[in-house]
Design a protein around this ligand. Structure first.
Ligand code: GAR
Length: 209
């Protein structure tokens, strides 16, 4: 079973999920620490939050590389430098390539109830579809767009006068708590993955490790 003491968190924007993890990690009982924060762009609040918390940061921009493959390799190398037990993609708006996915477990958070509304506009797409309930999903990343094994989900009601911003804000409140809970449990209790089933904590008797 794997355990997650060292976290590398990847961000592309405001970093409120990162902040929730930084705040939780201030308590040693949480069981995990953010050892670095990576981004695909600079000048974002997510990086500023890391710097204020004294956490090292790195930036790997796609446009600074001759190909997607070169970027994939470069970001994997930057992540590897910090020897994480778990990589958390918390509002990181790029699909990670095989150099990262083959080497690390990557936990991802998404503002919709997957498999509905994957991609960069989960909140907008759910609203446009007219769903009455949406929510957030914490899952393991695989090579697809939000297609990896689901770890946890929580529902959020869509209100009649919601727009993308109001709905996303309510989802993010739920999402931050769920992400902190799942990362903390993975760190303290360990996890295993069998097919599409992610199990946190003690495995049932007789099951192989
Ligand atoms: C979060 O709602 C996260 O689920 C979403 O971006 C937001 C980041 O917020 N990610 C995606 O839509 C990825 N498909 P934050 O920067 O304040 O943590």
């Amino acid at each position: 079973m794997s355990k997650a003491g060292r976290l590398v968190v990847l961000v592309s924007g405001s970093g409120t999920n990162l902040q929730a993890l930084l705040d939780a990690a201030a308590d040693p009982k949480f069981g995990a620490n953010v050892v670095a924060v990576g981004a695909d762009r600079d000048g974002i609040e997510g990086l500023a939050r890391a710097t204020r918390a004294g956490v090292p940061t790195f930036v790997e921009k796609l446009r600074d590389h001759p190909s997607r493959q070169a970027w994939d390799a470069a970001i994997a190398a930057k992540i590897a430098k910090y020897e994480p037990d778990l990589v958390v993609s918390a509002g990181f708006m790029k699909i990670l390539g095989t150099p990262t996915l083959e080497r690390f477990t990557v936990l991802n958070t998404h503002p919709a109830l997957l498999p509905s509304f994957p991609g960069a506009h989960g909140v907008r797409d759910a609203l446009a579809h007219g769903v009455k309930v949406t929510g957030c999903t914490v899952m393991l990343a695989d090579a697809g767009v939000d297609t990896g094994p689901i770890v946890a989900q929580e529902a959020v009601a869509v209100l009649p006068d919601d727009d993308e911003a109001t709905l996303h804000e309510r989802i993010k409140t739920v999402e931050r708590s769920l992400l902190v809970e799942i990362v903390g449990r993975m760190a303290r209790e360990g996890w295993s993955v069998i097919g599409r089933t992610v199990r946190i904590g003690n495995q049932s008797e007789g099951e192989s490790k």
